[in-house]
Unconditional design. Structure first.
Length: 302
């Protein structure tokens, strides 16, 4: 199958490689010319424009986007829709907000162009392990591009599936990432408690490896934690500053809209915000209040 791929960041490039390794032909485009040249050196067909991509794809043209969520995704889809014809297929495999994906689907379908939103999980390990794919859109269109999903997933019948109508793929991925926030925070807090128990001088890497086999908390996230601790048990080269991709925020907002309590995911998101503060003004207020009502000592700033 001949496929167009737009966006050659680490994940997009790995997906191109996995597809080519399985015998698919890839036409690739990115605003970064060197990224296009790199993939072309490995056998992909590099182009320098969206128009160039469209001319090299057979009908129905299948174009997969792996670009950042937001305006760049909208702009790219709009440009593609003006170049493509009825029956062509656009797949958004990025981390778009599901509400945006629903609008994108409606926009291109007015021109007879089909749209699938695919929540994609797997990170840099997807190249060798395969990607988890949560697909929203029309079942018939999913069947047309089934060979792509079977190739990218861990197995032909494993790790991927059509989950519902347009928008549902990215909605499912949003919730997936919200759960991920909670899991990661629980591991982080548990390891910090063990690290703080100086009496026992615990080997955190050893404990992580113990938990990898047989434990009810074993998981891929734990495997990655063990890898990191093997490299540097004290994580001395890592600053405790944690970003968020936006999907945790969207999950919390959705929970509020649906009146669904989600305290763990919400607190995990807030913990990431705390990690970005060099000094908390709220903590200063707390210390000042304790000093005012109880005369409790405060530590003076340097």
């Amino acid at each position: 199958m001949k496929i167009g791929m737009i966006g050659l960041g680490k994940m997009g490039a790995n997906m191109v490689t996995r597809l080519m390794n399985a015998g698919h032909e890839l036409v690739v485009y990115d605003v970064n010319d060197s990224a296009v040249s790199e993939m072309a050196s490995h056998g992909a067909i590099g182009v320098d424009s969206l128009q160039g991509m469209i001319t090299k794809l057979p009908f129905p043209r299948i174009v997969w986007l792996m670009v950042p969520a937001g305006k760049i995704t909208l702009d790219t889809i709009e440009k593609l829709a003006n170049l493509m014809t009825k029956g062509d297929i656009i797949i958004d495999g990025g981390n778009s907000n599901y509400k945006d994906s629903m609008q994108h689907a409606q926009m291109v379908e007015k021109k007879g162009i089909e749209f699938l939103d695919v929540g994609t999980s797997g990170g840099i390990w997807g190249l060798t392990e395969g990607y988890s794919l949560m697909i929203g859109g029309k079942p018939g269109i999913v069947e047309i591009v089934r060979p792509i999903f079977e190739t990218l997933a861990p197995g032909k019948t494993e790790g991927w599936g059509h989950v519902g109508p347009g928008g549902s793929g990215h909605f499912t991925k949003m919730i997936h990432n919200g759960i991920e926030y909670g899991l990661m925070q629980a591991y982080a807090e548990g390891f910090e408690i063990m690290q703080a128990k100086k009496d026992f001088n615990l080997d955190l890497a050893q404990i992580a490896h113990i938990w990898q086999k047989g434990s009810v908390v074993r998981s891929w996230l734990l495997d990655l934690t063990a890898n990191a601790l093997d490299i540097d048990a004290g994580l001395s080269d890592i600053k405790g500053w944690v970003a968020d991709s936006g999907e945790g925020r969207w999950t919390v907002a959705e929970a509020i809209d649906l009146d669904v309590p989600a305290p763990v995911i919400t607190l995990a998101l807030q913990a990431r915000f705390v990690s970005r503060q060099n000094e908390s003004f709220a903590a200063k207020i707390l210390a000042a209040m304790r000093n005012q009502f109880g005369g409790h000592a405060v530590k003076k700033a340097d």
